[in-house]
Design a protein around this ligand. Structure first.
Ligand SMILES: Nc1ncnc2c1ncn2[C@@H]1O[C@H](COP(=O)(O)OP(=O)(O)OP(=O)(O)O)[C@@H](O)[C@H]1O
Ligand SMILES: [Mg+2]
Length: 278
């Protein structure tokens, strides 16, 4: 894709659809079933969280959406198109911010645009606009090693959103942050998301975070990974931390937490029975 068409791209969220997806990995010569008949449709601009026990296939599902791995059978679609590799419409955000320490703050934000061949002046303008939005414009020329963990994650958020992605894949993005910084980042991210509303698939182990941010929460079970609950979240937007104490929030939490605990216990029992090998 040329730089020109990358800039003219439609930035509205794209639907994501998994249809009868099956996947297994080889452990030695033994195939281990990871996803089995995984079916999920995410509407354009929907914010969907996935929670579930460790090893149930959450990262695998994200990697398939991003074209990093291909399902053994079944179909994953972005909009009307089957995923066949990395797409310029899709951006990732992980727990480890993966900033490049030898690049300055602005230059880290520009990275995705650079890869797409966006001209230098335009890269700089867009990066600076995003650095303002994450309140880091004064640090544009700083060394990333001098930033706090929360500031680094804001650089990573700017680097992801500056690309105007239509789908954002987030794998435990706030897991490395302390509770206070995490709450700030959640609010900040949701505020930025609300401006352009890309579709988001958000993987987390934190059920409260999932409820607070999402339109829908998907609960998965493991061995093989599959969906056992799909709950629409009944909270207004914009979301705030105060909503954690609201009646609908508590109700969603109560309904999902018992089931999540059950699935985590079950997954641990299975792992123990298999001698600890995951
Ligand atoms: N490249 C790989 N090769 C072999 N097995 C893999 C590979 N990637 C993942 N697995 C296995 O597939 C299963 C699902 O892994 P996945 O990383 O998707 O789980 P997850 O739900 O993201 O877990 P966590 O919450 O711990 O991040 C696990 O049993 C894991 O060991
Ligand atoms: Mg994972």
């Amino acid at each position: 894709m040329s730089a020109q068409s990358a800039l003219e791209r439609d930035t509205r969220g794209l639907a994501v659809e998994f249809e009868h997806v099956h996947h297994s990995f080889l452990h030695g010569d033994r195939p281990v079933r990871v996803l089995e008949d995984f079916n999920l449709r995410i509407e354009p601009s929907e914010f969907v969280s996935i929670v579930g026990p460790s090893g149930c296939g959450k990262t695998t599902a994200l990697s398939m959406t991003g074209g990093l791995i291909q399902a053994r059978s079944g179909t994953v679609r972005l909009g009307d198109e089957e995923v066949s590799g990395a797409s310029p419409d899709v951006a990732f955000l992980f727990a480890r911010d993966a900033l490049m320490p030898w690049r300055r703050v602005r230059s880290n934000v520009e990275l995705g645009l650079e890869v797409r061949g966006v001209p230098k002046a335009e890269r700089r303008e867009r990066a600076d606009a995003w650095l303002k939005r994450v309140r880091l414009h004064e640090f544009a020329d700083s060394d990333v090693l001098h930033l706090s963990q929360g500031m680094r994650q804001r650089v990573a958020i700017a680097r992801t959103l500056v690309q105007s992605p239509r789908v954002v894949l987030m794998d435990e993005p706030f897991a490395a942050l302390d509770a206070q910084t995490r709450a700030l980042q959640q609010e900040e991210f949701i505020r930025l998301w609300e401006a352009e509303r890309p579709t988001v698939i958000f993987v987390t182990h934190d059920l409260e975070e999932a409820i607070l941010l999402s339109d829908r929460v998907i609960l998965m079970a493991s061995r093989p990974g599959r969906i056992v609950a799909d709950m629409k979240i009944d909270l207004d937007r914009p979301r705030t931390q105060e909503m954690r104490t609201s009646e609908p929030f508590r109700r969603h939490f109560e309904e999902l937490s018992a089931q999540l605990r059950h699935e985590v216990d079950h997954a641990e029992a299975l792992r123990a029975a298999e001698g600890g090998d995951s």
